[in-house]
Ligand binder design. Structure first.
Ligand code: HAM
Length: 417
Protein backbone atom coordinates (compact mmCIF):
# COMPACT_ATOMS: atom_id res chain seq x y z
CA UNK A 1 0.00 0.00 0.00
CA UNK A 2 1.22 3.50 -0.79
CA UNK A 3 2.24 5.47 2.29
CA UNK A 4 0.53 8.75 3.11
CA UNK A 5 2.62 11.89 2.80
CA UNK A 6 2.19 15.30 4.44
CA UNK A 7 0.33 18.00 2.51
CA UNK A 8 2.57 19.75 -0.03
CA UNK A 9 4.23 22.83 1.44
CA UNK A 10 3.53 21.71 5.02
CA UNK A 11 6.53 20.39 6.90
CA UNK A 12 7.30 18.17 9.85
CA UNK A 13 9.86 19.59 12.23
CA UNK A 14 11.96 16.65 13.39
CA UNK A 15 14.28 16.25 16.37
CA UNK A 16 17.61 17.72 15.32
CA UNK A 17 15.73 20.57 13.66
CA UNK A 18 13.42 21.38 16.52
CA UNK A 19 16.31 22.66 18.67
CA UNK A 20 16.59 25.65 16.33
CA UNK A 21 12.90 26.37 16.81
CA UNK A 22 13.20 26.14 20.57
CA UNK A 23 16.16 28.52 20.56
CA UNK A 24 14.28 31.05 18.41
CA UNK A 25 11.10 30.79 20.49
CA UNK A 26 12.92 31.09 23.81
CA UNK A 27 14.92 34.11 22.66
CA UNK A 28 11.79 35.75 21.21
CA UNK A 29 9.90 35.34 24.47
CA UNK A 30 12.82 36.73 26.47
CA UNK A 31 13.26 39.82 24.32
CA UNK A 32 9.55 40.56 23.83
CA UNK A 33 8.69 40.17 27.49
CA UNK A 34 11.65 42.38 28.38
CA UNK A 35 9.99 45.11 26.26
CA UNK A 36 6.64 44.61 28.02
CA UNK A 37 4.84 42.33 25.54
CA UNK A 38 2.54 39.56 26.76
CA UNK A 39 1.56 36.42 24.93
CA UNK A 40 -1.86 35.95 23.37
CA UNK A 41 -3.07 32.77 21.62
CA UNK A 42 -5.89 32.94 19.12
CA UNK A 43 -7.53 30.15 17.06
CA UNK A 44 -6.03 29.12 13.72
CA UNK A 45 -9.53 29.06 12.24
CA UNK A 46 -11.53 32.29 11.96
CA UNK A 47 -14.50 33.63 10.03
CA UNK A 48 -13.45 34.29 6.45
CA UNK A 49 -14.78 37.82 6.64
CA UNK A 50 -12.20 38.76 9.29
CA UNK A 51 -9.42 38.40 6.73
CA UNK A 52 -11.24 39.67 3.65
CA UNK A 53 -12.19 42.83 5.54
CA UNK A 54 -8.96 43.12 7.52
CA UNK A 55 -6.29 42.33 4.93
CA UNK A 56 -8.18 43.67 1.91
CA UNK A 57 -10.31 41.99 -0.80
CA UNK A 58 -7.89 42.77 -3.61
CA UNK A 59 -4.67 41.51 -1.99
CA UNK A 60 -3.02 38.31 -3.25
CA UNK A 61 -3.50 36.74 0.17
CA UNK A 62 -7.28 37.14 0.10
CA UNK A 63 -7.76 36.72 -3.65
CA UNK A 64 -5.60 33.67 -4.22
CA UNK A 65 -3.93 32.23 -1.16
CA UNK A 66 -6.41 31.53 1.59
CA UNK A 67 -7.50 28.10 2.71
CA UNK A 68 -11.18 28.99 2.92
CA UNK A 69 -14.11 26.61 3.07
CA UNK A 70 -17.77 26.37 3.93
CA UNK A 71 -18.36 24.23 7.01
CA UNK A 72 -21.22 21.78 7.40
CA UNK A 73 -23.63 24.51 8.44
CA UNK A 74 -22.73 26.81 5.54
CA UNK A 75 -20.48 29.16 7.51
CA UNK A 76 -17.44 30.46 5.63
CA UNK A 77 -14.23 29.92 7.58
CA UNK A 78 -10.53 30.32 6.80
CA UNK A 79 -7.24 29.12 8.20
CA UNK A 80 -5.45 32.27 9.30
CA UNK A 81 -2.98 33.57 6.69
CA UNK A 82 -1.52 35.97 9.28
CA UNK A 83 -2.11 36.90 12.90
CA UNK A 84 -2.73 40.66 12.98
CA UNK A 85 -6.43 40.51 12.07
CA UNK A 86 -7.00 37.80 14.68
CA UNK A 87 -5.18 39.70 17.43
CA UNK A 88 -7.13 42.88 16.62
CA UNK A 89 -10.36 40.86 16.70
CA UNK A 90 -9.47 39.47 20.11
CA UNK A 91 -8.53 42.94 21.38
CA UNK A 92 -11.95 44.25 20.33
CA UNK A 93 -13.95 41.17 21.36
CA UNK A 94 -12.52 41.09 24.88
CA UNK A 95 -12.59 44.83 25.27
CA UNK A 96 -8.92 44.86 26.22
CA UNK A 97 -8.77 48.64 25.87
CA UNK A 98 -11.07 48.96 28.89
CA UNK A 99 -8.26 47.54 30.98
CA UNK A 100 -5.52 49.63 29.46
CA UNK A 101 -5.71 51.32 26.05
CA UNK A 102 -2.04 50.56 25.55
CA UNK A 103 -1.66 46.83 25.03
CA UNK A 104 1.50 45.07 23.90
CA UNK A 105 0.83 41.54 22.66
CA UNK A 106 2.69 38.78 20.87
CA UNK A 107 1.68 35.48 19.30
CA UNK A 108 3.69 32.52 18.03
CA UNK A 109 2.29 29.91 15.71
CA UNK A 110 1.41 28.53 12.29
CA UNK A 111 -0.11 30.56 9.44
CA UNK A 112 -1.46 29.21 6.15
CA UNK A 113 -1.16 30.55 2.63
CA UNK A 114 -1.62 28.54 -0.53
CA UNK A 115 1.45 29.85 -2.33
CA UNK A 116 3.72 27.92 -4.68
CA UNK A 117 6.18 26.20 -2.32
CA UNK A 118 9.91 26.90 -2.73
CA UNK A 119 12.89 27.55 -0.47
CA UNK A 120 11.66 29.89 2.28
CA UNK A 121 8.05 29.78 1.07
CA UNK A 122 5.62 27.21 2.45
CA UNK A 123 1.89 26.67 2.77
CA UNK A 124 2.07 26.23 6.50
CA UNK A 125 4.69 28.51 7.98
CA UNK A 126 5.23 30.05 11.40
CA UNK A 127 5.42 33.60 12.60
CA UNK A 128 6.54 35.48 15.64
CA UNK A 129 3.84 38.13 15.56
CA UNK A 130 4.02 41.31 17.62
CA UNK A 131 1.28 43.94 18.01
CA UNK A 132 0.90 47.12 20.07
CA UNK A 133 -2.34 49.05 20.44
CA UNK A 134 -3.37 52.45 21.66
CA UNK A 135 -0.32 54.60 20.91
CA UNK A 136 0.15 56.79 17.85
CA UNK A 137 3.46 58.31 18.95
CA UNK A 138 6.40 57.77 16.54
CA UNK A 139 8.44 56.76 19.57
CA UNK A 140 6.64 53.42 19.55
CA UNK A 141 7.32 52.89 15.82
CA UNK A 142 11.03 53.39 16.49
CA UNK A 143 11.01 51.25 19.62
CA UNK A 144 9.40 48.40 17.71
CA UNK A 145 12.06 48.40 14.99
CA UNK A 146 14.75 48.76 17.65
CA UNK A 147 13.32 45.74 19.48
CA UNK A 148 13.33 43.77 16.24
CA UNK A 149 17.01 44.62 15.84
CA UNK A 150 17.74 43.64 19.47
CA UNK A 151 16.05 40.30 18.89
CA UNK A 152 17.95 39.58 15.67
CA UNK A 153 21.23 40.51 17.34
CA UNK A 154 20.48 38.36 20.39
CA UNK A 155 19.78 35.37 18.17
CA UNK A 156 23.00 36.07 16.26
CA UNK A 157 21.64 36.85 12.79
CA UNK A 158 23.82 39.02 10.60
CA UNK A 159 23.67 40.44 7.10
CA UNK A 160 20.11 41.80 7.10
CA UNK A 161 18.97 45.32 6.28
CA UNK A 162 15.99 47.18 7.72
CA UNK A 163 13.97 48.93 5.01
CA UNK A 164 11.50 51.60 6.04
CA UNK A 165 8.86 53.65 4.23
CA UNK A 166 5.74 55.66 4.91
CA UNK A 167 2.49 54.55 3.32
CA UNK A 168 0.64 57.72 4.35
CA UNK A 169 -2.96 57.92 5.50
CA UNK A 170 -6.23 57.31 3.59
CA UNK A 171 -6.24 60.97 2.47
CA UNK A 172 -2.77 61.22 0.96
CA UNK A 173 -3.06 57.68 -0.34
CA UNK A 174 -6.21 58.58 -2.27
CA UNK A 175 -4.43 61.45 -4.02
CA UNK A 176 -1.46 59.24 -4.81
CA UNK A 177 -3.75 56.52 -6.11
CA UNK A 178 -5.19 58.86 -8.74
CA UNK A 179 -1.70 59.93 -9.83
CA UNK A 180 -0.44 56.33 -9.97
CA UNK A 181 -3.49 55.22 -11.95
CA UNK A 182 -2.79 57.99 -14.44
CA UNK A 183 0.81 56.85 -14.82
CA UNK A 184 -0.15 53.16 -15.19
CA UNK A 185 -2.77 54.13 -17.78
CA UNK A 186 -0.04 55.51 -20.05
CA UNK A 187 1.90 52.22 -19.77
CA UNK A 188 -0.96 49.77 -19.80
CA UNK A 189 0.16 47.90 -22.95
CA UNK A 190 3.36 46.89 -21.20
CA UNK A 191 1.68 45.69 -17.98
CA UNK A 192 0.86 42.03 -17.26
CA UNK A 193 -2.85 41.07 -17.17
CA UNK A 194 -2.81 41.03 -13.34
CA UNK A 195 -1.39 44.54 -13.13
CA UNK A 196 -3.84 45.78 -15.75
CA UNK A 197 -6.57 44.64 -13.35
CA UNK A 198 -4.77 45.97 -10.26
CA UNK A 199 -4.59 49.36 -11.96
CA UNK A 200 -8.32 49.71 -11.26
CA UNK A 201 -8.78 47.68 -8.09
CA UNK A 202 -5.64 48.38 -6.07
CA UNK A 203 -2.89 50.17 -8.01
CA UNK A 204 -0.43 50.19 -5.09
CA UNK A 205 -0.28 46.38 -5.37
CA UNK A 206 1.43 46.71 -8.78
CA UNK A 207 4.63 47.47 -6.83
CA UNK A 208 4.54 43.86 -5.57
CA UNK A 209 4.39 42.35 -9.07
CA UNK A 210 7.29 40.05 -9.86
CA UNK A 211 6.93 40.29 -13.68
CA UNK A 212 10.01 41.96 -15.07
CA UNK A 213 8.32 44.24 -17.57
CA UNK A 214 5.98 45.53 -14.83
CA UNK A 215 8.98 46.16 -12.58
CA UNK A 216 10.54 48.21 -15.38
CA UNK A 217 7.41 50.35 -15.68
CA UNK A 218 7.25 50.81 -11.92
CA UNK A 219 10.82 52.03 -11.68
CA UNK A 220 9.63 55.43 -12.85
CA UNK A 221 6.19 55.35 -11.21
CA UNK A 222 5.36 58.09 -8.70
CA UNK A 223 5.80 56.73 -5.20
CA UNK A 224 3.79 57.61 -2.17
CA UNK A 225 6.62 58.90 -0.01
CA UNK A 226 7.04 61.81 -2.42
CA UNK A 227 3.49 63.00 -1.82
CA UNK A 228 2.46 62.18 1.74
CA UNK A 229 0.59 64.89 3.62
CA UNK A 230 2.19 67.11 6.24
CA UNK A 231 1.11 65.23 9.39
CA UNK A 232 2.28 61.92 7.83
CA UNK A 233 5.54 63.59 6.81
CA UNK A 234 6.13 64.89 10.34
CA UNK A 235 5.40 61.45 11.79
CA UNK A 236 7.96 59.87 9.46
CA UNK A 237 10.59 62.50 10.32
CA UNK A 238 10.13 61.83 14.02
CA UNK A 239 10.37 58.06 13.51
CA UNK A 240 13.71 58.59 11.75
CA UNK A 241 14.94 60.91 14.54
CA UNK A 242 14.15 58.31 17.18
CA UNK A 243 15.83 55.62 15.10
CA UNK A 244 18.97 57.70 15.07
CA UNK A 245 18.75 58.23 18.85
CA UNK A 246 18.50 54.46 19.20
CA UNK A 247 21.43 54.01 16.78
CA UNK A 248 19.39 51.64 14.67
CA UNK A 249 20.47 51.68 11.03
CA UNK A 250 17.82 51.68 8.29
CA UNK A 251 17.39 52.26 4.60
CA UNK A 252 14.56 54.36 3.18
CA UNK A 253 12.81 52.33 0.49
CA UNK A 254 10.02 54.30 -1.22
CA UNK A 255 9.03 51.26 -3.34
CA UNK A 256 8.18 49.02 -0.41
CA UNK A 257 4.38 48.77 -0.15
CA UNK A 258 3.78 45.58 1.92
CA UNK A 259 1.34 42.90 0.77
CA UNK A 260 -1.57 43.76 3.07
CA UNK A 261 -3.93 46.73 2.75
CA UNK A 262 -4.28 47.77 6.38
CA UNK A 263 -1.05 49.72 6.68
CA UNK A 264 -0.89 53.45 7.38
CA UNK A 265 2.24 55.58 7.74
CA UNK A 266 5.28 53.60 8.95
CA UNK A 267 6.01 50.34 7.12
CA UNK A 268 9.16 48.25 7.42
CA UNK A 269 10.81 45.02 6.30
CA UNK A 270 13.92 43.11 7.25
CA UNK A 271 15.58 42.08 4.00
CA UNK A 272 18.28 39.49 3.30
CA UNK A 273 20.18 38.63 0.12
CA UNK A 274 20.96 35.11 1.36
CA UNK A 275 17.66 33.35 0.71
CA UNK A 276 17.11 33.70 -3.01
CA UNK A 277 13.72 35.03 -4.08
CA UNK A 278 12.21 35.01 -0.58
CA UNK A 279 14.10 38.01 0.69
CA UNK A 280 11.87 39.22 3.55
CA UNK A 281 12.67 37.74 6.96
CA UNK A 282 10.03 39.91 8.59
CA UNK A 283 7.87 42.92 8.04
CA UNK A 284 5.21 45.11 9.53
CA UNK A 285 3.98 48.60 10.10
CA UNK A 286 1.33 50.85 11.53
CA UNK A 287 -2.36 50.09 10.97
CA UNK A 288 -4.29 52.96 12.53
CA UNK A 289 -7.65 52.23 10.87
CA UNK A 290 -7.80 48.46 11.28
CA UNK A 291 -9.58 48.21 14.64
CA UNK A 292 -12.32 50.51 13.34
CA UNK A 293 -12.55 48.63 10.01
CA UNK A 294 -13.18 45.47 12.03
CA UNK A 295 -16.06 47.09 13.91
CA UNK A 296 -14.07 48.19 16.97
CA UNK A 297 -13.08 51.51 18.50
CA UNK A 298 -10.82 53.99 16.71
CA UNK A 299 -7.57 52.79 18.26
CA UNK A 300 -4.19 52.96 16.51
CA UNK A 301 -1.97 49.91 16.19
CA UNK A 302 1.43 48.87 14.96
CA UNK A 303 3.16 45.50 14.65
CA UNK A 304 5.36 43.14 12.71
CA UNK A 305 5.88 39.47 12.08
CA UNK A 306 9.01 37.41 11.55
CA UNK A 307 8.89 34.28 9.40
CA UNK A 308 10.41 31.59 11.57
CA UNK A 309 11.31 29.20 8.72
CA UNK A 310 13.23 31.95 6.93
CA UNK A 311 14.95 33.08 10.10
CA UNK A 312 16.01 29.50 10.90
CA UNK A 313 17.23 28.83 7.33
CA UNK A 314 19.47 31.89 7.65
CA UNK A 315 20.68 30.95 11.11
CA UNK A 316 21.59 27.48 9.86
CA UNK A 317 23.61 29.00 7.05
CA UNK A 318 25.42 31.24 9.51
CA UNK A 319 25.82 29.12 12.64
CA UNK A 320 26.91 25.54 13.13
CA UNK A 321 24.76 24.46 16.00
CA UNK A 322 21.57 25.56 17.63
CA UNK A 323 22.76 24.58 21.09
CA UNK A 324 26.04 24.41 22.86
CA UNK A 325 24.65 23.15 26.14
CA UNK A 326 26.53 20.18 27.58
CA UNK A 327 24.84 16.94 26.75
CA UNK A 328 26.05 13.86 28.54
CA UNK A 329 25.99 10.16 27.76
CA UNK A 330 26.82 7.53 30.36
CA UNK A 331 28.47 4.43 28.93
CA UNK A 332 28.60 1.65 31.55
CA UNK A 333 29.73 -1.98 31.46
CA UNK A 334 28.99 -4.60 34.08
CA UNK A 335 26.15 -4.76 36.56
CA UNK A 336 27.79 -2.69 39.31
CA UNK A 337 28.77 0.12 36.93
CA UNK A 338 25.37 0.08 35.22
CA UNK A 339 23.52 0.51 38.50
CA UNK A 340 25.83 3.33 39.47
CA UNK A 341 25.34 4.95 36.03
CA UNK A 342 21.57 4.57 36.28
CA UNK A 343 21.41 6.50 39.56
CA UNK A 344 23.97 9.07 38.41
CA UNK A 345 21.91 9.69 35.26
CA UNK A 346 18.89 10.66 37.37
CA UNK A 347 21.05 12.85 39.60
CA UNK A 348 22.54 14.75 36.64
CA UNK A 349 19.09 15.20 35.11
CA UNK A 350 17.81 16.58 38.42
CA UNK A 351 20.67 19.07 38.30
CA UNK A 352 19.33 20.28 34.93
CA UNK A 353 21.86 18.52 32.69
CA UNK A 354 20.60 16.72 29.61
CA UNK A 355 21.74 13.15 30.20
CA UNK A 356 21.19 9.83 28.44
CA UNK A 357 22.45 6.32 29.10
CA UNK A 358 22.40 2.86 27.56
CA UNK A 359 19.60 0.66 28.88
CA UNK A 360 20.40 -2.40 26.79
CA UNK A 361 23.76 -3.66 28.06
CA UNK A 362 25.44 -3.08 24.68
CA UNK A 363 29.21 -3.22 24.11
CA UNK A 364 31.33 -0.15 24.82
CA UNK A 365 31.91 0.33 21.10
CA UNK A 366 28.20 0.30 20.38
CA UNK A 367 27.49 2.67 23.29
CA UNK A 368 30.10 5.11 21.99
CA UNK A 369 28.50 4.96 18.54
CA UNK A 370 25.14 5.81 20.10
CA UNK A 371 26.65 8.73 22.05
CA UNK A 372 28.13 10.06 18.83
CA UNK A 373 24.77 9.80 17.10
CA UNK A 374 23.08 11.74 19.91
CA UNK A 375 25.64 14.46 19.32
CA UNK A 376 26.62 14.65 22.98
CA UNK A 377 29.41 16.90 24.18
CA UNK A 378 30.72 14.50 26.88
CA UNK A 379 30.70 10.78 27.61
CA UNK A 380 31.24 9.31 31.08
CA UNK A 381 32.73 5.82 30.90
CA UNK A 382 32.21 3.45 33.83
CA UNK A 383 33.48 -0.13 33.73
CA UNK A 384 34.44 -2.75 36.33
CA UNK A 385 38.03 -1.47 36.31
CA UNK A 386 36.90 2.12 36.92
CA UNK A 387 34.52 1.01 39.67
CA UNK A 388 37.42 -0.79 41.42
CA UNK A 389 39.52 2.36 41.22
CA UNK A 390 36.54 4.53 42.30
CA UNK A 391 36.72 6.74 39.20
CA UNK A 392 34.97 7.40 35.90
CA UNK A 393 36.56 8.44 32.61
CA UNK A 394 35.22 11.73 31.22
CA UNK A 395 35.70 12.02 27.48
CA UNK A 396 35.26 15.39 25.78
CA UNK A 397 33.85 14.48 22.37
CA UNK A 398 34.90 17.72 20.68
CA UNK A 399 38.53 17.70 21.83
CA UNK A 400 38.71 13.88 22.11
CA UNK A 401 40.54 14.45 25.41
CA UNK A 402 39.96 12.15 28.38
CA UNK A 403 40.41 12.52 32.14
CA UNK A 404 39.70 10.45 35.24
CA UNK A 405 37.38 11.86 37.87
CA UNK A 406 36.73 10.33 41.32
CA UNK A 407 33.16 9.01 41.55
CA UNK A 408 32.28 11.19 44.52
CA UNK A 409 33.38 14.34 42.63
CA UNK A 410 31.34 13.50 39.54
CA UNK A 411 28.09 15.43 40.16
CA UNK A 412 29.98 18.64 40.97
CA UNK A 413 32.42 18.20 38.08
CA UNK A 414 29.58 17.66 35.61
CA UNK A 415 27.68 20.70 36.82
CA UNK A 416 30.80 22.77 36.12
CA UNK A 417 31.08 21.66 32.48
P1 HAM B 1 3.86 39.46 5.95
O1 HAM B 1 4.90 40.34 5.35
O2 HAM B 1 2.81 38.96 5.06
O3 HAM B 1 3.24 40.28 7.14
O4 HAM B 1 4.56 38.22 6.64
C1 HAM B 1 5.59 38.40 7.60
C2 HAM B 1 6.69 37.38 7.37
O5 HAM B 1 6.16 36.06 7.35
C3 HAM B 1 7.40 37.51 6.04
O6 HAM B 1 8.39 38.51 6.08
C4 HAM B 1 7.99 36.12 5.88
O7 HAM B 1 9.19 36.02 6.61
C5 HAM B 1 6.96 35.24 6.52
N1 HAM B 1 6.13 34.59 5.48
C6 HAM B 1 5.09 35.10 4.82
N2 HAM B 1 4.59 34.20 3.95
C7 HAM B 1 5.35 33.10 4.06
C8 HAM B 1 5.36 31.79 3.44
N3 HAM B 1 4.44 31.44 2.53
N4 HAM B 1 6.30 30.91 3.81
C9 HAM B 1 7.21 31.23 4.75
N5 HAM B 1 7.26 32.42 5.36
C10 HAM B 1 6.34 33.34 5.03
C11 HAM B 1 2.25 39.83 7.96
O8 HAM B 1 1.87 38.69 7.98
C12 HAM B 1 1.73 40.88 8.90
N6 HAM B 1 0.63 40.28 9.69
C13 HAM B 1 2.83 41.40 9.79
C14 HAM B 1 2.32 42.44 10.75
C15 HAM B 1 2.05 42.27 12.06
N7 HAM B 1 1.99 43.68 10.43
C16 HAM B 1 1.52 44.31 11.51
N8 HAM B 1 1.55 43.46 12.51
Amino acid sequence: MESIQAVKGMNDILPGQVEWWQKVETTAREVLENFGYREIRTPVLEKLELFSRGIGESTDIVEKEMYAFEDRRGEWLALRPEATASVVRAYIQHNLQADFTMQKLYALGPMFRRERPQKGRYRQFHQIDVEAFGVDDPMLDAEMMYMLRVFLERIGLSGVVLHINSLGCPQCRQEHKVRLQGYLETHQETLCPDCRKRRHTNPLRTFDCKVERCQKVLEKAPHLLGSICEPCGTHFERVKDHMEQLRTPYLINPRMVRGLDYYTRTAFEVITDQLGAQNAVGGGGRYNGLAQDLGGPDIPGIGFAIGMERLILLLQQQQEEARRMPKIFLAAMGERARTHAFLLTQELRAAGLETEMDYEGKSLKSQMRRADKYGVSHVLILGEEEMDKGVAKLRNMAGKSQQEIPLEDLPAAMKNL
